[in-house]
Write a protein that binds this ligand. Sequence first.
Ligand code: G4P
Length: 524
Amino acid sequence: MSLESEIKRRRTFAIISHPDAGKTTLTEKLLLFGGAIHVAGAVKSNKIKKTATSDWMEIEKQRGISVATSVMGFEYEGYKINILDTPGHQDFAEDTYRTLTAVDSVIIVVDAAKGVEAQTRKLMNVCRMRNTPVIVFVNKLDREGRDPFDLMDELEAELGIAVCPLSWPINMGQHFKGVYNVYGHNLQLFTPNKQTISQAVDVDIRSAALEQHVGDADAAKLRDDLEIIEGVYPAFEHARYLDGQLAPIFFGSALNNFGVKELLDCFVQVAPSPRPVQAVERVVDPYEEAFTGFVFKIHANMDPNHRSCIAFVKVCSGRFERNVNYRHVRHGKMMRFSSPTAFMAQKKETVDEAYAGDIVGLPDTGTFKIGDTLTAGEQLHFKGLPSFSPEMFKYIENADPMKTKQLEKGIAQLMDEGVAQLFINQFNGRKIIGTVGQLQFEVIQYRLLHEYGAQCRWEPLSLHKACWIESDNEAELEAFKKRKAQYMAHDRDGRDVFLADSAYVLQMAQQDFKDIRFHFTSEF
Ligand code: G4P
């Protein structure tokens, strides 16, 4: 197969949701359709069990399992599908944000009873920053849920995107009869069954056959609903979907295998193949012959007996080959990889080649940092791996003065892996670690001790947000930095960051210094 057709048939995406909406279940059902697994229940949940939220070693163990399921590749109807898994626990949200930089599209799972939840909203914001095309799957129709029109309104308002239903439910919960496939013009009748796949029947919805299948009341309701849908929602426009402006909506029940095949069949047809990627120097087209790629995730193995990392590289263009020399741009040196791994189904195996859209895992012993670019030789830097303002901050102190060097090294490497963010207070030079959740502090402390032999101590620090600041008005910027000297820090790249200790202080600063732009992500 030519390079072009290999790349064209690739679909690399992530499934995102608020915990418990059904991401794991849907992933599993997609793998079943792809023949990648044969029985339900084979996908180890990447979800951190609720009972274990305070036990982060347990979480790490589960994360360890999830390396194998970090990327799930399988073949379906001539397409090569790569599903990138994202951690369910919100303390690892930053991991999810980065994974979203490596996908070409996204499927959002929403619980029909709960609608749009906090995590869905946050993740959608990240999708919007990159105009990532999204498809929404409204799940759990076998239970009583919200009115589908209300849900559509909520999705539109909360996700800030136009919506168009490509399937429509006939009743819900106990009375759930199935969905009408607006895209395929047929009826899918629901039979609750977790293992087998529902059959579609071709029914002309204007004919009396509809009544036979779903009963008089539901048939009349469906006809009314479809009329409203036609009048109210925009028709599906592929270009608007690809621009991230229009989200097709599907309804179903992942647990019952219902509506999943329709979703997948539509997905492979409409979802984008690998798209051009913006580098600092130029836009890189996936069909270019020369290989380029970037590291979007580094996964450390917590098992002290087999300590190693895997750097996950998204291939952005051309073909990656085993044992060929590639340039590690940040280090300016050539490297070759003798055992790159790919992820097929749930197995990790050594591969000889990979194409734009694929993810390869490279064994890493500290040479990679999140965001690093690999090329066939070109001096190129991919961008688009923003850091977001952390939610929690603490001073990190050395608790064992004999191990200062080890501590420095450990902190530097953990930050390269993207475990948390480091800021240096410009006023007193103290190191501040910012995280998304409490768990990361425990992870850092444990890993510093067990991997670097260094001990740290945390000191509380009450901050609201870290904002990257910039201005064209040099004088005002200097005045601000002087006024806020105690609250100014540098990030790891030496950029100015304002650490606001409350929402009020931030608001006042924004009011008083109109020429300064306050950003909540490191990329603007
Ligand atoms: P997540 O990865 O998004 O966190 O969600 P996950 O798939 O683990 O699903 C969360 C719960 O919702 C699971 O139940 C799962 O069985 C259930 N679920 C998923 N899809 C459907 C659906 O279509 N209908 C119904 N009724 N339930 C669904 P659990 O009790 O938390 O876990 P388990 O013991 O069943 O695995």
